[in-house]
Design a protein around this ligand. Structure first.
Ligand SMILES: [Zn+2]
Ligand SMILES: [Zn+2]
Length: 100
């Protein structure tokens, strides 16, 4: 088994490849603050839905806050049904694209 395979703290799926997410974006002082291990689809979805500034403004700096966000909830409900290893096509929301 691939040693990088782990459990996603956001959707709770196991056997997925995880990446480190800075719960407080690094540019907002999150370098030494808690991180979370997220599967690639969850991680990418968070950054497609929200800009780093919005993560701060909306206080989405904990896993539970992210899980309670309505946009993330519908995503989590959906991703839980997909097998590990599926990398869904995801597009940046207009909101994020506009600000970059
Ligand atoms: Zn996940
Ligand atoms: Zn991240």
């Amino acid at each position: 088994m691939d040693p990088s395979e782990d459990r996603c703290e956001c959707c709770g799926r196991s056997g997925v490849e995880t990446t480190i997410h800075h719960l407080t974006p690094k540019e907002y002082g999150g370098v030494k603050l808690p991180t979370a291990l997220l599967c690639i689809p969850c991680h990418r979805h968070i950054h497609h839905l929200f800009t780093n500034k919005q993560l701060i403004d909306l206080e989405l700096t904990t896993i539970s806050a992210l899980q309670l966000n309505p946009a993330m909830q519908s995503f989590i409900r959906w991703i839980r049904k997909t097998p590990p290893g599926t990398i869904p096509k995801s597009r940046k929301s207009r909101n994020v694209r506009r600000r970059r």
